[in-house]
Design a protein around this ligand. Structure first.
Ligand code: COA
Length: 469
């Protein structure tokens, strides 16, 4: 019997637009307490795309960085996937634009031997894309080549809406290959859920999404928890994790990286998961003692999302309990040790939809390493969620060579110097009052959009990009 190759994430590179909106300016303009944004949401700076930037050129910029820092050539790459919910065309896939940009650097036709598609399922599609590519390598159909998966998005909400303070933009390019330096996927345990939902969606032609914020939050928590239950079942069945009496599977996960529409959502997701995993364990009585309140029970024990939402009395009591739980030493110990580092980047970049969890992974690795912790052999558990809706839970182990990659990570340097937008400038950008020819910043060493639509009808929808050296 042949041994299954060890596959996972070898390296990753990020691209973040250079414009940002400061939370204090935003709070003042919208008449919101800045503390709500800083602590209630967890945002200080939101990255905003310039007029000549879209999700395709951000994806190409992240991919070029990844290739350059790893001295990769197109012949080393067998697949380039892009996962996004900021699609530019109903048919033409975003990775074709990306290939066009990369071939300006590496030569026309240099990627012709490769393949790939654009993937869509709100914020979860990147996780599916990564896994499908990992399996392509495991199946040994890759002819020795690596795969690149790029997650790239612009999170733009209606002006004046509650979603407006959960905006952001950026891309992460991930290199998937055999014997990876960063993290090897735990085999046979990835678990998913799927359901037809309308928590967040963006009908054709609409630039901003329609979103039921609190519903999407709850759906995220429930879907990830259900996928986590399936993951747990597989992890125990395959022997990946052996539980002793009184133990929780969360004790066997050293770090959590979850979908991060905003920093606080990560903290809440961890609280939800720990409550679910701990409430039947001996430690729960100590938690309850510290909180000084029993955990509220919904009227309908089936606990469907509809019944929970209709049970307003329970919802109120549960919120109170959740806040108290998040103050306990039990929660805080896990939070500080296993999650806090993954949230740093989110607070200064904002929502990246598909890219948000992977920016979180990057943040986790960099800031844990800077604490001087030895990360080798540590397990990272991932909770990926996409509205509409699907969740995916999986895990991986940090590999012995991780230092080679992580020691060079520097978020500030990687983002580069940024320019703060005034509220007036931001609102002009939001209303699309400036064209791509009138960018706020002069691009330097990156791809930008230089032509839209061409001069003739047969070029309608054409998007042309140039590398500005
Ligand atoms: N100081 C500190 N915190 C404050 C505050 C203040 N002055 N005022 C409010 N807050 C806290 C609230 O208590 C709440 O914290 P909690 O979650 O611990 O209870 C938090 O700020 C958010 O405020 P809230 O009023 O509950 O929500 P909102 O109306 O601002 O909406 C979202 C928040 C996330 C629902 C909204 O931004 C949204 O719809 N975003 C887009 C959808 C999304 O991201 N969904 C995620 C799942 S994919």
């Amino acid at each position: 019997m042949s041994v299954m190759p060890v596959v996972g994430i070898d390296d990753l590179a990020i691209y973040v637009p250079k414009l940002y909106l400061d939370y204090k300016d935003f709070a003042e303009a919208r008449g919101i307490d800045p503390q709500k944004l800083e602590y209630g949401i967890g945002i200080k700076k939101m990255a905003i795309a310039d007029t000549n930037q879209d999700s395709a050129c951000m994806a190409a910029n992240a991919c070029l960085k990844l290739m350059q820092k790893n001295h990769l050539h197109p012949e080393d790459i067998g697949r380039v996937y892009v996962a996004t919910e900021s699609s530019l065309d109903e048919s033409k896939a975003m990775n074709s634009f990306v290939i066009g940009m990369l071939e300006q650097i590496y030569g026309e036709g240099s990627f012709e031997h490769a393949g790939g598609i654009e993937c869509k399922f709100a914020c979860v599609s990147g996780s599916y894309a990564l896994y499908d590519n990992a399996n392509w390598i495991r199946a040994e159909e890759n002819n020795g080549k690596a795969a690149i998966v790029i997650v790239s998005d612009i999170a733009k909400y209606d002006m004046g809406s509650t979603g407006e303070y959960t905006q952001g933009a950026g891309a992460v390019a991930l290199l998937i290959r055999e014997n990876p330096r960063l993290m090897a996927y735990d085999p046979k345990v990835p678990s998913t859920t799927i359901k037809n939902e309308y928590d967040f969606y963006r009908p054709f032609g609409k630039e901003t999404p329609l979103v039921n914020g609190s519903y999407s939050n709850l759906l995220y928590l429930i879907s990830v928890r259900k996928a986590f239950d399936l993951y747990k079942e597989k992890a125990i069945k395959t022997g990946l994790i052996k539980l002793k009496d009184g133990e929780s599977i969360t004790d066997h996960i050293d770090y959590f990286a979850v979908h991060l529409p905003y920093r606080k959502m990560g903290e809440k997701a961890l609280a939800y998961l720990l409550r679910h995993e701990w409430r039947h364990l001996p430690r729960w009585k100590h938690v309850i003692k510290e909180i000084g309140m029993q955990e509220p029970q919904p009227k309908d024990p089936r606990g469907t999302i509809e019944s929970i939402l209709a049970d307003t009395e329970f919802m109120k009591a549960d919120e109170q309990f959740r806040r108290a739980f998040m103050q306990t030493s039990f929660y805080n110990e896990v939070y500080e040790k296993k999650m806090a580092s993954s949230l740093e980047a989110s607070a200064i970049i904002g929502n990246l939809y598909t890219a948000s969890m992977y920016m979180g992974l990057r943040s986790l690795l960099e800031f844990e390493f800077k604490k001087g912790i030895d990360l080798e052999g540590k397990r990272i558990g991932f909770g990926s969620y996409g509205s509409g809706s699907s969740a995916m839970v999986f895990s991986g182990i940090i590999q012995p060579q991780y230092k080679e990659v992580v020691s060079k990570m520097n978020l500030d340097e990687d983002i580069g110097p940024r320019q703060k937008l005034s509220m007036e400038e931001y609102e002009r950008l939001h209303r699309n009052e400036r064209t791509f020819k009138d960018s706020v910043i002069r691009a330097h060493k990156e791809f930008v959009l230089v032509r839209l639509g061409g001069n003739t009808a047969d070029k309608a929808g054409f998007r042309e990009y140039n590398y500005v050296s």
